[in-house]
Design a protein around this ligand. Structure first.
Ligand SMILES: *Cc1c(COP(=O)(O)O)cnc(C)c1O
Length: 391
């Protein structure tokens, strides 16, 4: 059996432990060396300088490539550094199509930075097939998607987008941060390049920032390697090691978190104060069937609407378990309020148009006891309802 044949539960272990032939240490060392001795003037070793390659980073890059079924992996200082690098494969005069509900940092990069380099863009709802087809121009080189979307969890048909993009000679890039390779493997569905904010589920503990790219073809891998080395936003070696540590438990963490998310989503949907729950794991959710045709879980992130900003304000004060902060994908449950956090730059009209209502909260469910989480929400909801009765 080779690593390729293992299931992901085994792969997360076998790709991150590499017994050292000299010492027997089972973990790869944190190889903190910027430079490497060269054997002679005529012979060069495998490594020369850490920006171009480092043994610890190699283990991480090979691990994510194996998990995503890709040809080659790359590690970057942040998710945005990975995303910037992916867009730098484009040239002046090129055009990109980007899904409308894209991560805020990606929206900012595409709309405010790429135009300075002569790269044109169109944002479209990639679930609207007619709109997607109409967005192509003769110079469209990439379609960029993210599914499920943030924070309304809309599901995009990856295979269909790939079919349409490839018919127009455009590549497809997919941000797989929300699903992780444990639940969804975009390269298997025809995507050409996968991106991750390693900051989220892959690291998993709200500690480091990291970004990853996995390419399907050798050609695209070579192009990304050139930019990684030329631009130099590589992941620090100590953080490579921490990300490897995170990946060891990725599979058990995301499965536990997703099971908690499903249980909590069902419970939330029954609470009178909750007007709507967005979670692809719920059978009556719009994208449920599509989600389970291309992924194996609804994931660990959900959003729900409790009617008003005032209710949100009270809930945040009364909950004891979830931490109220930005970010997601960690062992602890993280509650965030998109209108004032991730989507604060949008106007109220823009937000409402894409379903980000004033009472909408996003929850990244952690590994705590789900009954404790329900009890915590229950006591908070009861206090909000009691205060409403007094008014
Ligand atoms: C957080 C996030 C990013 C950006 O990653 P950083 O590590 O914060 O730079 C990109 N895409 C998604 C979906 C994210 O959640």
């Amino acid at each position: 059996m080779s690593i390729k044949d293992f299931s992901d539960d085994t792969k997360v272990i076998k790709t991150t432990t590499r017994p050292d032939p000299e010492t027997g240490a089972i973990n790869p060392p944190i190889q903190l060396s910027s430079t490497f001795v060269q054997p002679s003037l005529d012979h060069f070793g495998k490594y020369d300088y850490t920006r171009s390659g480092n043994p610890t980073r190699d283990v991480l890059e090979e691990s994510i490539a194996a998990l995503e079924h890709g040809n080659r992996g790359f590690a970057f200082a942040t998710g945005m550094a990975a995303i910037s690098t992916a867009f730098l494969t484009l040239h002046q005069g090129d055009h990109v199509i980007v899904t409308k509900d894209v991560y805020g940092g990606t929206f900012r990069l595409v709309s405010q930075l790429l135009p300075n380099y002569g790269i044109d863009y169109t944002f479209v709802d990639c679930n609207d097939e007619a709109a997607l087809k109409a967005a192509f121009k003769p110079n469209t080189k990439v379609v960029y998607i993210e599914t499920p979307s943030n924070p309304t969890l809309k599901v995009t048909d990856i295979k269909r987008v790939v079919q349409i993009a490839h018919a127009h000679d455009a590549l497809v890039f997919a941000d797989n941060t929300f699903m992780t390779p444990i639940f969804q493997k975009p390269l298997d569905l025809g995507v050409d390049l996968v991106l991750h904010s390693g900051t989220k589920f892959l690291a998993g503990h709200s500690d480091i920032l990291a970004g990853l790219i996995v390419t399907k073809s050798k050609e695209l891998g070579d192009a990304v390697y050139f930019i990684q080395n030329a631009m130099g936003a590589t992941l620090g070696i100590s953080d490579c090691w921490l990300l490897l540590r995170g990946i060891k438990t990725l599979s058990i963490r995301v499965k536990a978190e997703a099971a908690n998310a499903l249980s909590l989503a069902k419970w939330l949907a029954e609470q009178p104060i909750v007007e709507k729950v967005n979670y692809p794991g719920l059978e009556d959710f719009d994208g449920h069937d599509l989600q389970f045709s291309q992924a194996t879980s609804g994931g660990a992130v959900l959003s729900f609407d409790i009617g008003s900003e005032d209710n949100v304000r009270q809930l945040v004060q009364k909950l004891k378990i979830p931490v109220f902060s930005v970010s997601l994908g960690a062992v602890e449950t993280i509650l965030s309020y998109p209108p004032k956090m991730s989507h604060a730059e949008m106007s109220a009209e823009e937000r409402h148009a894409c379903g980000i209502t004033d009472g909408l909260l996003r929850l990244s469910v952690g590994v705590e006891d789900v009954d404790d989480l329900k009890a915590d929400f229950k006591q908070a909801f009861e206090k909000i309802e009691a205060s409403q009765l007094q008014h």
